[in-house]
Design a protein around this ligand. Sequence first.
Ligand code: NAD
Ligand code: IPM
Ligand code: MN
Length: 372
Amino acid sequence: MKHLAIIPGDGIGKEVIDAGMDVLDAVCEISSFDYDGELFDIGSERYLANGELLTDEDIDGLRRKDAIYFGAIGDPRVKPGILEQGILLRMRAVFDQYINLRPVTSWFPLVPLKREVPFDIHFLRENTEDFYMGAGGTFDGRRKDAHIKVKREMYELDIDLEAVSSNGDDFAFEIGLLSRGGISRFAEYAFEYAQARGEKKITLVDKANVCTHIYGMQRAVFEEKSKEYGMGLEYMYVDAMAMAMIVRPETFGTVAVPNLFGDILTDLGAQLQGGLGMGGSGNINPKGVSMFEPIHGSAPDIAGQKKANPIAAVLAAQMLLENQGYPEEGCMLKKAVRHCLDSGLTTPDLGGRLTTGEVGKAICRHILEQKK
Ligand code: NAD
Ligand code: IPM
Ligand code: MN
């Protein structure tokens, strides 16, 4: 029996998680997989009611689970960043889910490219560092004594702000931070992941021609690890990668990408497989509590209309099953998704007429039939 935390969250998060749980229930009926799901009330409604985002009690409760199944957060009534940082990024950080696995698969006929070449890119997005650490601030440029001081143990870094803002303008800054340890574990995971897929090289995405410090260090560590693992390493600048994903997606296998660029490239990747409603993801801590979620947000523009495509959430459930030791059951979900696409059993974003719940039920029916 697996103990799952269920966090539907906001907007279409609730709708797609409902469908995803129907699908998990169908899997229970026909396999040895079994779970109990505890619902966690985390999201904008609770925040707006009493100011709570993610409490210590929530964290204690989540820590006791085998995995977390998460919908989405985000609400137009709340200032950008509050829910995102206070809930989603906090969970990724607290549970040290340092890998964000985001597959990009050619689900024909949804691929909007001229050439019909199959691809299966597995993005491994670093999920705890880079520009996601909240290290930044805003400054009153008239203060002559303004300076940024980053201090950690023995190291102290002073930046002379006169050079940045000599005309007395107000300004804001955001620091991207990578640690050697953070890069090392990311690289090890990436090389081991590619090896397990039978690949001989990985691609590392960066902008080492501009952000020379962080991505220079990242290259050095990946270089060392590629020798250790006897694996090839190919570099791609992020701008060229965006282009190459359109022109030759089939040439990529396992792609390691830092946090911010990974966020952007995987929305592009989602569109290559039919849209945001097709992108599942896993926030993985190989030794801890992992969290599975669609890559899309709360989609306020379609929330409450039963139009949301639940397939991204179902593919997140598939990754959860795989992660928890049920790869065959995960495979059944993928087959059921394939069947729905082939039969036109889809939501309006994919040209179909079904509601979120109806697509969920169609996936369930196909899973139940696979057992017969
Ligand atoms: P979004 O992903 O919510 O929506 C972008 C567009 O894609 C919208 O037009 C939406 O209707 C469409 N879309 C998304 N998922 C869909 C689905 N399953 N089926 C059909 N169409 C779908 O991104 P946004 O509008 O930029 O952000 C809305 C809110 O969600 C913001 O508050 C943002 O911070 C938050 N957000 C949260 C997460 C998360 O919880 N993991 C991810 C991204 C954005
Ligand atoms: C995602 C989202 C999040 C991210 C936001 C909501 C913090 O866009 O999961 O892709 O940037 O990682
Ligand atoms: Mn995103």
